[in-house]
Design a protein around this ligand. Structure first.
Ligand SMILES: [Zn+2]
Length: 427
């Protein structure tokens, strides 16, 4: 038995040596180059890869590999490899050429839909959307007697508008909440939403339910039944809000920066008195953003399916992390320009600063949010994020004190986990 194991080990060693040897590099490079010369670019790729495995820094193999990639039909895997070469730590002609090719491929893939706000539509680094095979999506509308009948009718009209404006989005109503992809609920407006007789509030909001395996279980769209003055919303308010929120339920997690788009931020988080009176319509830019979103491979979706062969590789389309974060910061700064009195804008900015590793600016934004906060829920979120920020700054004492304060506002799993961890650190 032992002898057999030793023989196996010996064979494995020999094979590994062969693959990693200069002979293997040379053999595979020559084979790849022959195929390349014959115009068999796709077939040459595995040989270039073997050559690079044996000799990763070889300039010629790298260069011809990028050339072969750029001449192969750009499937998801090809896009990914080309992008990886463009971001390679080795700075040579190959990485330079890969960068140029990645840019031109991005233009090619987004031809006809490049007027979009995809950078704002993604949530952090996550592409959240439904699997195209899951359409028509099942919509459950919670039955309730507390609302005027036109609410439900108007919301269904908004769903129908998204369906009619695109050729790939479709919905079916279901009476079974369990099987729903999208659930529409109605909730009483919180009593503590007004401060000094100024009421800032949303008519509705959308929350994704994502489990620990990064599976999108549900999108929950919650409408308030009335405004803070106990009056029903108008049909127009319900319609405009529904059309915007349905965009969120489809996976557009951020906001457009153009007031002509239905996903512009102005149309939610709105003050009742400044609500736009016109009827909102889905713009060409909204559609282009959604089309692109559904071409990019999602990392959070409702199935376990691997990225489709012809889907787009997210980093290739969205660019590097730095560029993405800068755009995100700009989007959030625009938001607080429009809404200088809403705490949520400053909470979001602190999130971007945290992603950038700029904890001092995250603290400044959170303290500003604290001054503006109205509801207890907001205050909890701010204290919780302050505690996390102190934790990131390795100021564990302050993190602990702040976490305890957060728990007096709300005691949930997140804050209790943080407190337990901080207590462990103290020991
Ligand atoms: Zn919104």
């Amino acid at each position: 038995m032992r002898k057999i194991l030793l023989v196996i080990l010996f064979i494995v060693l020999i094979v590994a040596l062969l693959y990693k040897s200069p002979f293997s590099a040379m053999y595979n490079y020559n084979k790849a180059k022959d195929l390349y010369k014959l115009g068999k670019y796709e077939q040459s790729l595995p040989y270039f890869e073997k050559a690079l495995f044996a000799s990763p820094k070889d300039e010629l193999s790298r260069f011809y590999y990028v050339l072969a990639l750029s001449k192969t039909p750009p499937t998801y895997r090809i896009q990914k490899r080309l992008y990886e070469m463009s971001e390679s730590k080795i700075q040579d002609e190959a990485s330079k050429y890969a960068k140029a090719q990645a840019v031109s491929l991005r233009f090619k893939l987004t031809e006809g839909i490049n007027n979009n706000y995809i950078d704002n539509a993604v949530s952090g680094k996550d592409i959240i959307r439904w699997d195209l095979k899951s359409f028509p999506l099942k919509v459950y509308i919670e039955p309730t007697n507390d609302i005027p009948p036109f609410y439900t009718k108007t919301i269904l009209k908004a769903f129908a508008m998204w369906q009619n404006k695109t050729n790939f989005i479709s919905f079916n109503q279901t009476k079974n909440e369990q099987e729903a992809n999208i659930t529409v609920k109605f909730k009483d407006i919180p009593k503590d939403i007004c401060k000094n007789s100024i009421c800032t509030y949303t008519i509705a909001n959308t929350t994704p339910e994502i489990n620990n395996d990064k599976i999108l279980k549900k999108m929950v769209l919650t409408f308030y039944k009335t405004n803070p003055y106990n009056k029903s919303f108008t049909e127009q308010e319900i319609f405009n809000t529904a059309i915007h929120e349905i965009g969120h339920t489809l996976g557009i997690m951020g906001h457009s920066d153009n007031p002509d788009d239905v996903m512009f931020a102005m149309k939610d988080n709105t003050d009742y008195r400044t609500f736009k009176t016109g009827v909102n319509a889905i713009s060409a830019r909204d559609i282009k953003t959604l089309v692109l979103l559904y071409r990019i491979a999602a990392n959070i979706t409702d199935t376990n399916a691997l990225p489709a062969k012809n889907s787009y590789y997210a980093p290739l389309i969205l660019g590097s992390n730095d560029v993405r974060l800068q755009k995100k910061l700009q989007e959030n700064l625009n938001y607080i320009k429009n809404y200088p009195k809403l705490a949520s804008g400053y909470i979001n900015i602190s999130g971007v600063y945290t992603e950038m590793g700029d904890f001092d600016n995250a603290l400044i934004s959170l303290n500003k949010a604290k001054e503006l906060s109205v509801t207890q829920e907001e205050q909890y979120i701010i204290e919780y994020n302050l505690a996390i920020t102190y934790y990131n700054k390795q100021d564990y004492q302050k993190a602990y004190e702040t976490a305890l304060k957060a728990r007096t506002l709300k005691s949930d799993e997140n804050i209790n986990d943080l407190i337990t961890e901080l207590e462990e650190l103290k020991k």
